[in-house]
Design a protein around this ligand. Structure first.
Ligand SMILES: NC(=O)c1ccc[n+]([C@@H]2O[C@H](COP(=O)([O-])OP(=O)(O)OC[C@H]3O[C@@H](n4cnc5c(N)ncnc54)[C@H](OP(=O)(O)O)[C@@H]3O)[C@@H](O)[C@H]2O)c1
Length: 276
């Protein structure tokens, strides 16, 4: 059955990512729009944080386990945002209240549709990242067979974080590495640009802002032109100039291969979570 306007969204695990995705949806103009959002947390300090962040009258925060179980029965969509190694414990707590087979959207790295089928047969995996908190996230979506009728809904829901693309589930570990871990890899590059600027005499404030804006602007240029990065890179290399000199230093150090291998390593670690 299609998700209707005014549906109930329940969040199991409203930490960094669960909160970012929920805020992206509740701040959006997406249709269908939830009529009720229930955020479930375990700790009092999380309850306080959630109540001060979500002040809309259609949002409720629940800590009490019995109340949480009852609320599950009213959920049309469950957003699962706990840590990957907690999903079985979270399921054990609420399994008797899942008989209505809700659509479950999982944000968990490395936990497969097959693993998640204990919750429902309608599973959507969404891999997103922390820039989602600023409307600049990326999301990859993979659906179970029974969830395919919710394809449009899930793509629009995930797209609220910034952008979403559907991929086969077999590519989810690669997406986890590139999308989920990618921001930390970009931050390492940003830090290195910052350090270089400071080494050559820029103030910390100037170097910090310049490094971030250079990365932001370069990403915008690549997205708006649709050009391959190698083409854009070649266009800014003046013969005998500064840029080609700097790039060759990076190639000597094997930076390009190291970054690609870092994505490979992160994907392999993600794949190993499902085997545990
Ligand atoms: N952080 C990233 O960059 C990133 C990127 C991509 C994907 N992910 C995925 O996103 C998921 C969440 O990561 P995160 O960084 O957002 O973690 P987090 O901030 O630690 O959030 C996890 C939340 O799960 C809650 N939780 C644990 N057991 C629960 C239970 N029985 N009932 C209700 N809530 C429960 C905790 O609630 P309390 O606070 O009340 O204890 C906590 O808020 C992970 O599976 C991760 O693989 C994260």
């Amino acid at each position: 059955m299609a998700i209707q306007d005014g549906y109930t969204l329940l969040v199991l695990g409203a930490g960094v990512m669960g909160t970012a995705v929920t805020a992206a949806v509740t701040d959006s103009k997406m249709k269908p729009f939830p009529g009720k959002v229930i955020l479930c947390s375990q700790l009092e300090k999380s309850e306080k944080r959630l109540k001060s962040q979500f002040t809309q009258d259609f949002v409720e925060v629940i800590v009490d386990v019995e109340k949480k179980k009852k609320a599950i029965e009213t959920a049309d969509v469950i957003l699962l945002g706990c840590k990957p190694f907690h999903f079985e414990a979270v399921h054990a707590q609420v399994k008797d209240n899942l008989k209505h087979n809700p659509l479950v959207i999982s944000l968990l790295a490395g936990v497969t549709i097959d693993n998640l089928s204990i919750f429902s047969d309608k599973i959507a995996r969404v891999m997103t990242n922390t820039p989602a908190q600023f409307g600049a996230g990326m999301a990859a979506v993979a659906l179970s067979e029974k969830a395919s009728e919710y394809k449009q809904f899930v793509n629009d829901f995930a797209g609220c974080v910034g952008a979403a693309l559907e991929i086969p589930e077999k590519n989810m570990d690669a997406a986890t590495a590139l999308i989920g871990s990618g921001p930390a890899m970009c931050l390492l590059m940003m830090e290195a640009l910052y350090d270089g600027g400071v080494r050559m005499g820029l103030t910390h404030d100037v170097a910090k802002t310049a490094a971030a804006k250079v990365m932001e602007g370069t990403a915008k240029m690549a997205l708006e032109t649709g050009e391959h990065p190698a083409v854009l890179k070649s266009k800014v290399c003046t013969p005998a100039g500064t840029t080609i000199g700097g790039l060759l230093k990076l190639e000597d150090a094997g930076v390009r291969g190291s970054i690609a291998r870092a994505v490979e390593e992160a994907a392999n670690i993600s794949a190993s979570f499902a085997k545990k």
